[in-house]
Design a protein around this ligand. Structure first.
Ligand code: DX5
Ligand code: ZN
Length: 218
């Protein structure tokens, strides 16, 4: 069974609550919230006030993807605003273990994200502590980019590793996920599928959520 995590990056920011409720009614499990700082990635997006404003409008798990430098400075604000899961980039953390502990101590679930080129070995010693590993299937920074197929063997390797060690971490993929790429990542072992443009760029986002799920479960 896969979980679908629509990314609000591609939603209409003037009607966020309605967009979120439409995908929730369609059965999406996670709401993926992309936070960018203009440093770690070239783009700037949203901060804790948006998370807080959306919180009363949805019961979905708020999956906050921090594409920011020094995430330790902002983790408390995002959790206070309503993040259920906080995902930090291994490449942005000199003290990754400390950041992972910080999220857990504040009572949220914790994920670590890896850029397409970053080897799995970087998270070897924190993997048992994680609720989720987010494998980027595009270079982070923008919605609507093309899926990078070179990440598929990394998804397979992580899936094998998690099984072999009997760990609980979910495998989330993010970037270029649509009805064509969903079956590839699901077969490789991903179970949380982020989709931005394929959901909110569609005429009917609710139907797009269902179509991606169906494609993945085929
Ligand atoms: C990319 C973001 C993604 C993005 C995905 O940097 O982390 O979550 O919104 O968008 P699509 O699904 O359009 O590739
Ligand atoms: Zn993301």
């Amino acid at each position: 069974m896969v979980k679908i995590a629509p990314s609000i990056l591609s939603a209409d920011f003037a009607h966020l609550a309605q967009s979120v409720q439409a995908v929730e009614r369609a059965g999406a499990e996670y709401l993926h919230i992309d936070v960018m700082d203009g440093h770690f990635v070239p783009n700037i997006t949203i901060g804790p006030p948006i998370v807080q404003a959306l919180r009363p409008h949805s019961k979905m798990l708020f999956d906050v993807h921090l594409m920011i430098e020094s995430p330790d400075r902002y983790i408390p604000d995002f959790i206070k605003a309503g993040a259920d899961l906080v995902c930090i980039h291994a490449e942005a953390c000199t003290h990754l273990h400390r950041c992972v502990c910080q999220v857990k101590e504040l009572g949220a679930r914790v994920g670590v994200s890896l850029n397409p080129h970053t080897p799995l070995s970087l998270i070897q010693y924190v993997l048992p502590m994680l609720d989720l590993v987010l494998l980027m299937t595009v270079n982070p920074g923008f919605g609507g980019q093309k899926f990078i197929p070179e990440v598929l063997p990394k998804i397979e390797a992580l899936s094998r590793l998690i099984k072999r060690k009997g760990l609980a971490a979910e495998i989330e993929v993010d970037g270029g996920i649509n009805t064509e790429t969903a079956p590839l990542v699901a077969r490789a072992g991903a179970n949380v599928l982020v989709a931005g443009s394929a959901v909110f760029g569609a005429d009917d986002p609710a139907r797009a959520v269902q179509a991606i799920r169906q494609a993945a479960e085929k």
